[in-house]
Ligand binder design. Structure first.
Ligand SMILES: [Zn+2]
Length: 322
C-alpha cells in the first residue's frame, strides 16, 4: 500500500498515512482518502484550501431558498427529527440546564430544546445564511464563528451537541479538548457523524454520499472513536445506528453516483441548485426523483438490517463526562 508523508491527518495532524482510495468533489476536483498511522482517522487528502472550502460552503450548500430544501415536506420531516433529538436532551437532563449546539445551523433544534423545559440555549454557527436564520430564534445565545478556548467557563454546560458537524472541523482535536473542559461532570455530549465502517461506505468508497468532499475532512471508525473518547474521560451511554433521516438516502444517492459523472446530482436538485444539474435531461432528473421516492421503503428496511450489525451509514453517540 502506498504511503503519504506530505499531507497531515485531518484529526491529529500526523504526517504518515496510508493512501486507501480516490474520491472527488462536486467541482470535479480529485482527492484521496488516507488513513492516519497514528490515530487511525480516515481523512481527505490533500487538505482543501481555504478558497476551496469557501466555495463548497457558499449559499447553495444551505439551499437556494429560504430553507435548505425547496420541498416543504423535507423541512417538516427535518423538524420531526430535530424534535426527537431535543427529546434526548430532556431525557438525560430533566427539564433544565445549559445546552450548547455547535454548528447549530438555523437554530431550530435549540428552539425545540427550549420548548421542552427551562433550558438556556447556546448556539455556534459560522457566518452565513444559517447563522442569520438562527439569530431569529427566541432566547438563543448565538456566537457567529467557531468554538474557542474562552467562550465558556470550565464545567459550565450540562449538554453539548454536534449533529453532523464534527467531520467538518479543521481543528477537531482542539475542539474536543475544549468540550471536555467546558462540560460539567455528569454532563452529556451527543454527536453524530458518517460511519466510515458502514456497509455503504465500504461498498461505494469514493462515491459514497456521506464522504461529501471537500466539506468532510476526516472520519473515525466507531471502535477507534469510542476508544478516543474513553481516553478523554467519557463514558458511552448510547450508540444508535438506525437513522431514517440520513442512512437510506446515503445508499440511494451513492447508487445514483455510480451512474452519473457528477456526484450528488439529485441532492443538489432537491436543494434547488438547478445550475449544477443543467447538463442532465428533464427525463433523467425525473427518473432520479422517481427512484428516490419509490425505493425509499426498501432502503429503510436495509438500514434496519445494517443497524442491527452496527453498520449504519451514520452513527449517533451520547457520552457522559466522568
Ligand atoms: Zn491522525
Amino acid at each position: 500500500m502506498q504511503n503519504d508523508t506530505e499531507n497531515p491527518c485531518g484529526y491529529c495532524k500526523n504526517k504518515d498515512s496510508a493512501v486507501l482510495y480516490p474520491t472527488y468533489d462536486i467541482f470535479g476536483k480529485n482527492y484521496h482518502i488516507n488513513q492516519c498511522q497514528n490515530c487511525n482517522a480516515y481523512f481527505l487528502s490533500p487538505h482543501p484550501s481555504p478558497e476551496e472550502l469557501a466555495r463548497a460552503y457558499d449559499t447553495s450548500y444551505y439551499g437556494v431558498g429560504e430553507e435548505k430544501f425547496n420541498e416543504g415536506w423535507i423541512e417538516k420531516m427535518l423538524d420531526y427529527f430535530r424534535g426527537k433529538r431535543a427529546d434526548i436532551i430532556k431525557n438525560h437532563l430533566g427539564e433544565k440546564g445549559k445546552v450548547l449546539d455547535i454548528g447549530c445551523g438555523n437554530g431550530r433544534f435549540l428552539s425545540f430544546v427550549k420548548d421542552r423545559g427551562n433550558f438556556e440555549i447556546f448556539g455556534i454557527e459560522p457566518e452565513g445564511g444559517s447563522a442569520k436564520r438562527a439569530a431569529d430564534i427566541k432566547g438563543i445565545n448565538l456566537k457567529i464563528g467557531f468554538l474557542e478556548e474562552n467562550d465558556f467557563e470550565s464545567e459550565s454546560l450540562n449538554a453539548i451537541t454536534l449533529f453532523h458537524v464534527f467531520e467538518h472541523l479543521t481543528e477537531p482535536k482542539a475542539t474536543l479538548e475544549i468540550i471536555q473542559k467546558i462540560l460539567k461532570r455528569g454532563g452529556i455530549l451527543v454527536m453524530s457523524f458518517p460511519n466510515i465502517g458502514s456497509w455503504q461506505a465500504q461498498i461505494f468508497k469514493g462515491k459514497w454520499f456521506h464522504m461529501d468532499p471537500p466539506r468532510h475532512l476526516f472520519f473515525f471508525a466507531t471502535k477507534d472513536f469510542k476508544q478516543l473518547m474513553t481516553e478523554l474521560g467519557f463514558e458511552l451511554i448510547r450508540e444508535k445506528h438506525f437513522s431514517i433521516e440520513y442512512n437510506p438516502y446515503g445508499t440511494q444517492q451513492s447508487i445514483l453516483n455510480m451512474f452519473h459523472k457528477k456526484r450528488e446530482a439529485l441532492y443538489e436538485l432537491l436543494k434547488g441548485n438547478k445550475e449544477y444539474v443543467k447538463e442532465y435531461s428533464k427525463f433523467n432528473l425525473f427518473m432520479q426523483q422517481l427512484f428516490f421516492k419509490l425505493t425509499g421503503p426498501i432502503f429503510i428496511v436495509l438500514d434496519a438490517i445494517e443497524s442491527t450489525f452496527k453498520k449504519g451509514g451514520t452513527v449517533e453517540f451520547a457520552f457522559r463526562k466522568k
